[in-house]
Design a binder for this molecule. Structure first.
Ligand SMILES: [Ca+2]
Ligand SMILES: [Ca+2]
Length: 357
C-alpha cells in the first residue's frame, strides 16, 4: 500500500506563467552581447551578480540535486554537469563505490547511471538545476561555474512513495561519499522520514555536507518533515515584493528565506517556465552556499552555513516563521573572504565571456 505520496509542490499550481518557446542555444539570444540582458529578478534580488565580481562558482564545488533528474542535454546546463573522475564507461564499477558506470551520478528511480535513464523526466529537477547554475545569458543561475551531481529520486510525475525512502537514504549517502559539498533537497514529505533517512542526513551533517531543504507549500504553520532537523537548512519562500509567498509554509525551524514565487526556469527540452514553490527558493540558498565555498574553499560546511545566516538581509520588521532574513549572496561571499560586499553587479558580458560553447 502506498501511503506516502509527495507532490513536489503540494497544493499549488506549478506553472503560473505560460511555457514559452525559447531560442536554441547558440542562436542570436546567446551571441548578441549588447545590450547585456539583466539577470532574472530573483537572481538580482539575492545580489548574485554582485557576488560574481568575486566568484561565479568553482568547478571544484559540487551540489548534489536529489530530485526528478536533470536534462543535461540542454546546452545551458551541459557545462555544469558533475563527472565522476574515477569511473569509466566499461560495465565495471571502477571506483568500487557500489555503482557501475556512474559517470555523471545515479538514477535512484530507474536504478541505472544518470545518463542512461529509461523513463521521462519530470521538469522539476531541471528547473531546480537551472536556478542553481544555468549558463544562459537570459536565464542565468546563482552559481554558473559550479558542478551539479544528478541523483534522480522522483518519478516521471514528480512523486515518490513510501517504498522509496530507502533510495532517498542511498542518494544522500551517494552524495556524501562521492564528493558533494551541498545537497539540495527540494522535496516535500507528507510523513516523517524513517530512521534510515534520518541517519543518512545525520551522516551528511557529520561529514560537513550541507543539506538544504524546503519549508513546503501548504501556506501554513509547520515545516516539511525533511526540513525539521537542526543539521538541515530550512528555506521558506518570498515573492517579488519581498513578502512571504502565500503558499510558503513557515515555522521556527525555518533558517532563512529566498525568492520562490514566479521564478523563471529552464524546463526539459529547453522551454522556459515561471514556477512557484519553496522548491525554487532552496536552490538560491544552495547556490549561494556554493559561491561561499568557491570563494573560500578552506571553510568547513558548518562555517559556510554560519556565514550564510550571519549575512542574511534582515527583515525590516520581525517576520516569525521565515527565519533570519533573505539570503544575500553578495554579503555572504564577501564575508567568506573577509571583504566588504561589492556594491555593483558584475557585468554580464564579462560573466558570460567564459561560457562560450
Ligand atoms: Ca562506480
Ligand atoms: Ca565503469
Amino acid at each position: 500500500m502506498e501511503k506516502v505520496r509527495w507532490p513536489v509542490l503540494a497544493g499549488l499550481g506549478l506553472l503560473l506563467g505560460a511555457t514559452l518557446p525559447r531560442q536554441p542555444a547558440g542562436s542570436a539570444g546567446h551571441t548578441d552581447l549588447h545590450p547585456a540582458p539583466a539577470a532574472p529578478w530573483n537572481i538580482a534580488r539575492i545580489k548574485a551578480p554582485q557576488a560574481w565580481a568575486i566568484t561565479q562558482g568553482s568547478p571544484e564545488i559540487v551540489v548534489a540535486v536529489i530530485d526528478s533528474g536533470i536534462d543535461f542535454s540542454l546546452p545551458e546546463l551541459a557545462g555544469v554537469r558533475w563527472t565522476n573522475p574515477r569511473e569509466a564507461p566499461n560495465g565495471r564499477d571502477d571506483d568500487e563505490n557500489g555503482y557501475v558506470d556512474d559517470l555523471y551520478g545515479w538514477d535512484f528511480r530507474d536504478h541505472v547511471p544518470a545518463h542512461r535513464r529509461r523513463t521521462p523526466l519530470h521538469y522539476h529537477g531541471t528547473a531546480v538545476a537551472s536556478v542553481l547554475a544555468a549558463r544562459a545569458r537570459d536565464l542565468v543561475g546563482v552559481a554558473p561555474q559550479i558542478r551539479l551531481m544528478d541523483l534522480r529520486f522522483l518519478d516521471s510525475r514528480g512523486l515518490f512513495y513510501e517504498r522509496d525512502w530507502r533510495n532517498l537514504a542511498r542518494a544522500i549517502d551517494y552524495a556524501v561519499q562521492n564528493g558533494a559539498h551541498i545537497i539540495n533537497l527540494s522535496l516535500v514529505a507528507m510523513a516523517p522520514p524513517p530512521r534510515e533517512v534520518e541517519e543518512a542526513l545525520a551522516r551528511a551533517g557529520a561529514q560537513g555536507v550541507l543539506v538544504v531543504a524546503i519549508a513546503g507549500n501548504a501556506g501554513r504553520e509547520g515545516v516539511n518533515p525533511l526540513a525539521r532537523y537542526p543539521f538541515v537548512l530550512a528555506v521558506a519562500a518570498t515573492d517579488r515584493d519581498d513578502r512571504p509567498a502565500r503558499f510558503s509554509n513557515r515555522g521556527p525551524e525555518v533558517d532563512l528565506s529566498a525568492p520562490g514565487a514566479e521564478i523563471p526556469a529552464l524546463l526539459p527540452q529547453g522551454a522556459v517556465g515561471t514556477l512557484s514553490g519553496t522548491s525554487f527558493a532552496a536552490p538560491h540558498v544552495s547556490g549561494t552556499l556554493a559561491l561561499v565555498l568557491s570563494a573560500n574553499p578552506g571553510l568547513s560546511g558548518p562555517a559556510a552555513g554560519e556565514v550564510l545566516l550571519r549575512t542574511c538581509e534582515a527583515w525590516p520588521q520581525e517576520r516569525p516563521g521565515f527565519g533570519r532574513g533573505l539570503v544575500d549572496a553578495a554579503a555572504a561571499v564577501a564575508a567568506a573572504c573577509n571583504l566588504p560586499a561589492p556594491a555593483r553587479p558584475a557585468k554580464l558580458e564579462n560573466v558570460t565571456k567564459t561560457w562560450d560553447r
